[in-house]
Every structure is written in C-alpha cells, then in structure tokens.
Design a protein around this ligand. Structure first.
Ligand SMILES: [Zn+2]
Length: 389
C-alpha cells in the first residue's frame, strides 16, 4: 500500500525523490513554488517574441531551400526514425513544400519492428532517397553498456543521461551525412514537448561541444566508435549545417499528426502509438532508476500533468501503485528489458548487485530504501539483497 503521508498532497511526487522534498503542509517543492526548477525537471521558457523570430527564420529557410531547389541533389537532410513525427515531417517537406530531403536513419540496435515496418510503408508511398546506417549499432550498444555501469550520480536519473548521450550520437551521425553531401540544413521531427535542451535550433557551438563527449577518450571506445562523432577537421572546416526542429514553431497537434499519417497510409492504423515505438533502452533505464532512486524520470512529467489537472491525481496514483512494484521487479516490459541486458552482456542479478553497490554509497540511501519499500508489494527482508531473477 502506498502511504499517502509520503506523497505530495497536490501532485504525486514522494518525499526524498531525487531532489524533491515535502514541506510541513505536505507540498513538494514544485507545488509550493511554481517557479521551482531542478535538474531533472527544467523546461526552457520560450516567450512569444522568440517563438515569432524562430518561425520567421523557418519560413526564410524554406524559401531559400525552394529557391535553390534543383541546384543540388538534396535540399536538406531529415533525421528519420520511422515514428509518426518524422514521418509526418517527411510528408510535409515533400508534399506540401515540394522539397527533396535525404532521409537518414541510424540503427541503434534497438529499433522496433514496428518502426521498420512504418519505414517500409512510408517509403513505398513517398519517393525519397533513404540512407539506413546499420554499423553504428555496435557503438550504441557500447555506449549503453558504458552508461549502465558508469552512471554514478546522486542527482540525475540514468534515463535522462542515456537519452541525451544516445540522441547526441544519432544527431551526430545524421549531421555527418549532411556534411558528406554538402547539405546546409538538417531537420529533426521532435515534437514541441520533446528535447528540453533545445528550442527550434541546436546551436552550432553546442553541437560542436556536446557531440564530442569526453568519454570517447576512454580505452573502452575504439576508433570504430569515434568515427560517428564530428572530427576536428569537420569542425575546423566550418561546414557544419544548421540543425533545426521545425515542429517547435510550425503547428503541431499529436492527434492531427496521427490522423494524417494513418489516412495517407504512411503508417498502419495503431502503429503511430508512441508507446509501441518506445525504446527498449528506456525501459531498461527505468528498471535501473527505480531500483537505484526509488522513482522514475517520468514521474516529474506525470506530476506536472496532475498539477495542470488535479482531477487526474487519483488515476496517476493508481497507475503508480500498480506499475511501481512491477518495474522494481522487472515484470514490466520484462522481455524488452531482458533483451537489452543480454545485449549489453549482463544478467538482471548482476545489474541489481551493481545498483546496490552504488546505493550503499548514496548519502540518501535510507530515504531511498524507505521509498522503495512503500512501492514494493512485499517488504524487503534485507536492504541489499537483490531480488531473485
Ligand atoms: Zn507536488
């Protein structure tokens, strides 16, 4: 049973949850102060003026691409995942704007069959050149393994770090293809609620800095892995394209996007569900985070939804109560999580042992153990005993 005195009376965040504390009235930091931010939940605030400027920029980029259309093989590169958003953006570029994008996909090794199926359906109906890179999958697997064993933070979730590093690598691979073909613009179909780090454009200096992570210097990584990242030569040449996120400024409504891709038969009915194309790495990181921190990154998002609409609090609390023990014991998305663990060469018990070693050194471990106990159906016998496989 969830003891309600441990949970914020207004939202669903538990006391002691990564950087969250309840005050005397039982309100969490976010609910007692609407301006409160922390590292796991910070949004970029965008004012209307900045939004207008970005939209103006996008329109002038489109104009320029249309003006120069036909002079080169491609007008832009599109990072294409097979999800509904990049599919709809591909359709928009080709059928509304009459442009010729080069679609680029990098296999992370964990691409779902549904995403691959979506790609086949779409590319049967929209005629564009498509580059599908399979080789980087090996590097992605190493990157994940590195983070699952080297994530050592008392402040941030693994799920957050791993998504950042993984998307940096995807972006870098796509941008390198654009450099290869001398293309000036790279587009990604991120929806307005995705990517907290950037609004509309990934600034060039950040692109250079963040896409050459320090960890590449580690012995664990080889030249094979480094080839997917920007080289000093590419940086010095200054031929790095602009990287834009058009859905941050043009109209985006999830239900319209789903309707569009389904009605045009670009994606089969039901295949546009984001839960289906969800990444297995995230499921595995969620298992890690719940056992390590007594919570998951998404709780911040759910808590925000509750703050916006208090009527759904009961529903989210119930969801939390049902899913938490399953996540803790790897019974939620078990097949996907186990496939992932096998691929990075570790068993569930080895992973749990590693988590408990780190937890033992966390100054907040008592609070975390308490929170985990609240969520677990059966009480743990000994704090550091990994649950049986
Ligand atoms: Zn709260």
């Amino acid at each position: 049973m969830i003891q309600h005195e441990n949970i914020c009376v207004k939202c669903i965040l538990p006391n002691g949850f990564l950087g969250v504390h309840l005050n005397d009235q039982g309100l969490c930091d976010f609910c007692s102060d609407p301006d409160h931010k922390n590292i796991n939940w910070s949004r970029i605030e965008i004012d209307q003026e900045r939004r207008n400027q970005a939209l103006e920029d996008w329109n002038s980029v489109v104009n320029e691409m249309q003006k120069n259309h036909g002079k080169r093989s491609y007008d832009c590169v599109l990072g294409y995942s097979g999800g509904k958003d990049s599919t709809a953006l591909l359709d928009h570029l080709v059928n509304d704007l009459h442009l010729t994008p080069l679609a680029v996909t990098s296999d992370t090794g964990f691409m779902t069959d549904i995403a691959k199926d979506n790609m086949r359906d779409t590319l049967n109906r929209i005629e564009v050149d498509h580059i599908f890179l399979e080789d980087p999958a090996r590097t992605f697997t190493k990157l994940y393994k590195w983070h699952f064993f080297h994530h050592n933070s008392n402040e941030t979730f693994l799920a957050r770090n791993i998504c950042d590093y993984c998307s940096d690598l995807i972006h870098s691979i796509v941008v390198k293809e654009a450099i290869k073909y001398g293309i000036d613009y790279v587009l990604f179909g991120y929806s307005p609620d995705q990517i907290f780090r950037y609004f509309y454009e990934m600034p060039r200096d950040e692109v250079i800095k963040e896409w050459k992570p320090e960890l590449l210097k580690e012995f664990f990584f080889e030249d094979f892995d480094r080839q997917w990242y920007l080289t000093d030569e590419e940086i010095e040449k200054g031929t790095i394209p602009r990287v834009l996120l058009p859905y941050h400024v043009i109209q985006y409504r999830e239900q319209d996007i789903i309707k569009l891709v389904e009605s045009k038969n670009l994606i089969k009915k039901g295949h546009a569900d984001p839960l289906l194309t969800n990444c297995n790495v995230v499921h595995a990181a969620t298992f890690y985070d719940f056992n390590r921190y007594g919570g998951i990154l998404y709780a911040y998002q759910y808590a925000e939804l509750v703050r916006q609409n208090p009527e759904v609090r009961k529903k989210w609390l119930r969801t939390l109560k049902i899913s938490a023990p399953l996540i803790l014991e790897n019974k939620f998305k078990q097949k996907e999580v186990n496939q992932f663990l096998e691929k990075i060469g570790v068993t569930q018990n080895e992973m749990l042992e590693h988590i408990h070693e780190q937890l033992e050194q966390d100054p907040n471990k008592e609070q975390i153990f308490q929170n985990i106990d609240i969520f677990r159906k059966k009480r743990r016998i000994k704090p550091s005993t990994p649950s049986p496989a």
